[in-house]
Design a binder for this molecule. Structure first.
Ligand code: SF4
Length: 249
């Protein structure tokens, strides 16, 4: 199982190179993006982020001070905008109450404790919590999404009943054995890659870098090949790694 995951990582490093997640200029932008991307496409999130930037409220103090109705209007394009505006406000309230408004203080907390705290907030499930930890805080936590689950099931890495944390542990155990990330070079980007950004180039340990790229790879495979129905195994870079080379239904 570990070997299968390591082969997937190595194959996609060779095929695609660095993915440059998360496309953001600051830690807070990553956090806002992690809330806004729930149940919507990234293009809708980008539109909302542009609105927040133009209104000069894409910061902790900006979200703290803006009236909620104005915030709702600015993020309307991301869908569920009332709920998401409330969640952003709740997050800043938590940051103020627990860490005196400082992201640096918050991310200095131990991974396990901060993960528990984030999960206790309304509207933060494991995928959002782990995205915040990995992409904004550079904590070594692997993000499991629906694409990862689908690929893991089809490649018989895990069964489809596996819980979020079981999958996370399976991927983390395999990937933490890779001591040197393979994706720091100059490859031609592909998959679900983004142009380099301040946050994609931020300093992080090698394990966090491996988790970062692997999650980007899973999204790239899921979006382009491993569709919910009729996966395009024929053209997928992972075709040779399919158990028994049998195309899944
Ligand atoms: S498209 Fe086929 S080969 Fe590619 S990840 Fe999905 S199941 Fe595997």
């Amino acid at each position: 199982m570990d070997q299968q995951i390591q082969q997937i990582y190595a194959t996609l490093c060779r095929a695609w190179g660095p993915q440059h997640w998360w496309p953001a200029q600051s830690r807070f932008e990553v956090i806002v993006g992690a809330f806004l991307t729930q149940n919507t496409s990234w293009s809708n999130v980008e539109l909302a982020m542009r609105q927040l930037r133009a209104a000069k409220v894409l910061s902790v103090s900006g979200i703290r001070e803006i009236e909620i109705t104005k915030l709702e209007k600015l993020i309307r394009s991301s869908g569920y905008f009332r709920q998401k505006a409330q969640r952003l406000k709740n997050f800043v309230r938590f940051l103020d109450a627990s860490y005196r408004g400082s992201l640096t203080r918050m991310f200095s907390q131990s991974t396990d404790k901060l993960r528990q705290e984030l999960l206790s907030l309304n509207g933060i499930g494991p995928e959002t919590a782990d995205s915040i930890l990995l992409y904004a805080g550079q904590h070594s936590v692997f993000v499991v999404d629906a694409y990862t689950r689908r690929i893991a099931t089809r490649h018989k890495i895990a069964d489809d009943e596996a819980s979020y944390d079981e999958l996370r542990n399976i991927f983390e155990r395999a990937l933490e054995q890779i001591s040197v990330p393979h994706t720091r070079g100059n490859f031609l980007p592909d998959g679900a890659s983004h142009p380099p950004s301040r946050m994609s180039l931020a300093k992080r340990c090698s394990t966090a870098q491996v988790y970062n790229d692997m999650h980007g790879f899973m999204v790239g495979i899921g979006k382009n090949y491993c569709h919910k129905s009729q996966p395009d195994c024929e053209h997928c870079p992972l075709a040779d790694l399919l158990p028994e080379r049998r195309i899944p239904r």
